[in-house]
Design a protein. Structure first.
Length: 262
């Protein structure tokens, strides 16, 4: 009898968990923190166990490019300037590599010259929101305001009136949030290669950055780096050269025509 009661209770608990999970998945305002199973030794990364793969597919957000081709997409988050973006731009110019820079309002206001340089040297400038809030916890009007202020600020500096890509601050998003941004003409851009590089007090040298990125490389990769990292600035040229020696080609997000979800 005791075993039967335990089995019934366990089944009830499982059923309740499934109902809760289904309810959360059906709620367009449920927040998700982007995460993924990293690539190791050439294996492809995966978001299949994260609970939001359907949301990214529905909103046509970017996680991976064409995993059948050795293509790489280099992206940077620029929340503020720490002295390394000029060096990063120098490397990209010298190596002839396109990149996408996701900027905040602070960066737009504080680094007009760098924003102009990004644009003049052919890089994409993406929207990382004006004040870097958790966009999954604010209403549609606030989301539009955050997006519009960055777009307008960049347009005033560069003359570019179009902005097609956005990255949710802190990687926190919801179906509804991505939907509002999509209505504004944005594609949400996530990533399939990343490591803890944003802590300026925990830099560990160029070799650590190099190894962290190279160990995760895979076809169709969208690489996330933070421009505040000294390690990234020092490793970037080596990463580009090593990736190319393995047959990889760096492309612009505008060239990402196949989106992969797995």
């Amino acid at each position: 009898m005791r075993n039967r009661l335990f089995a019934v209770s366990a089944c009830g608990l499982i059923a309740a968990c499934l109902i809760f999970a289904a309810s959360a998945a059906a709620n367009p305002y449920s927040p998700y923190h982007f995460g993924f199973k990293k690539s190791k030794q050439g294996s492809l990364p995966s978001i299949a166990q994260e609970g939001f793969i359907g949301v990214l597919q529905k909103q046509e957000a970017i996680f991976l490019g064409n995993t059948g081709n050795k293509e790489l997409y280099l992206t940077f988050d620029n929340g503020y300037e720490n002295g390394y973006t000029p060096r990063i731009l120098d490397v990209l110019r010298d190596k002839r590599v396109p990149a996408a820079f996701f900027v905040t309002g602070h960066f737009v206001k504080d680094q007009a010259g760098l924003v102009k340089r990004m644009s003049s040297e052919g890089h994409l400038i993406g929207n990382h929101s004006w004040s870097h809030p958790d966009l999954s916890q604010v209403g549609a009007d606030r989301i539009r305001g955050e997006m519009d202020k960055v777009k307008q600020g960049v347009a005033e500096l560069t003359g570019a009136r179009e902005m097609r890509y956005m990255r949710p601050p802190r990687g926190i998003f919801s179906d509804s949030m991505l939907g509002v941004c999509r209505e504004l003409g944005y594609t949400g851009v996530f990533w399939s290669v990343a490591y803890k590089d944003w802590d300026v007090n925990a830099q560990r040298g160029w070799k650590y950055a190099y190894d962290s990125v190279m160990s995760q490389l895979h076809p169709g990769a969208v690489i996330l780096l933070h421009s505040v990292s000294r390690d990234n600035a020092e490793a970037l040229g080596r990463i580009i050269d090593a990736a190319r020696s393995q047959g990889y080609e760096f492309k612009s997000l505008d060239e990402l025509t196949t989106r992969t979800y797995r």
